[in-house]
Write a protein that binds this ligand. Structure first.
Ligand code: DX5
Ligand code: ZN
Length: 218
């Protein structure tokens, strides 16, 4: 699966940009609050408006403080998947239950330096695991290959039936890095600059998908 990240799109033309990637599996929306990360993007009103212009399932990545309070609105608005950060959530198990009760999938994200092991039990309550392969906050950064160890561990836990999460990766995914991520066992690849920075976003997306398929283990 490929989830183009609108962070690299033209924010004044978000609906057009969403429609420029018709084959996308999910549309990745980066919500940043200038507190959890040193950058500010968009929030719920923009996500709600955008939903009127696209049928692509919305994958909201909340890089915000206190997601326990704010994440639910994104689920209630109709997002397909709402991802919160393990480092920011106060009660991640309750949060996952709330998100699911509101009708969305629940996602848990970990930053590059956050280990996976302490979160494995919590992840039993989640549908997706978003492994950050750059420090969250900005697009266009270089992929951090060391995070693939966490992907391999998560893949093993899923393949042996200990977890049922879909494994997503975010940051620095392009035609030079996607194969290693696919080999490690990623299911869903977020790509911002590699898709929206390209002259032909559909072709860029399809070429990433073909590479991932060729190298993926599933
Ligand atoms: C970064 C965001 C990413 C970003 C990825 O904090 O979470 O989703 O858009 O951008 P690229 O693909 O350019 O690294
Ligand atoms: Zn993201």
């Amino acid at each position: 699966m490929i989830a183009p990240s609108l962070l690299a799109a033209d924010f004044a033309r978000l609906a057009d940009e969403a429609n420029a990637v018709p084959g996308a599996d999910w549309l990745h929306v980066d919500v940043m609050d200038a507190h959890f990360v040193p950058n500010l993007t968009l929030g719920l009103p923009v996500v709600e408006s955008l939903m009127k212009y696209t049928d692509i399932p919305m994958d909201c990545h909340l890089m915000i403080d206190n997601p326990d309070r704010w994440a639910i609105g994104y689920a209630e608005a109709g997002s397909y998947n709402v991802t919160v950060h393990a480092e920011a959530a106060h009660d991640p198990v309750k949060l996952a239950k709330d998100l699911r009760a509101a009708g969305s999938k629940a996602g848990l994200s970990i930053k590059p330096k956050t280990p996976l092991e302490p979160w494995v039990e919590v992840l039993r309550h989640y549908d997706t695991l978003l492994v950050m392969s750059v420090e969250p906050g900005f697009g266009g950064q270089a992929f951090i290959p060391e995070v693939l160890d966490k992907v391999r561990t998560a893949r093993r836990l899923v393949d042996t039936g200990h977890l049922t999460v879909l494994i997503e990766i975010d940051g620095g995914i392009n035609d030079e890095t996607i194969e290693a991520a696919a080999e490690a066992g990623v299911d869903c690849f977020v790509a911002g600059s590699a898709v929206f920075g390209s002259d032909d976003p559909v072709r860029a997306m399809e070429s990433l998908r073909a590479q991932a398929r060729a190298c993926g283990r599933r």
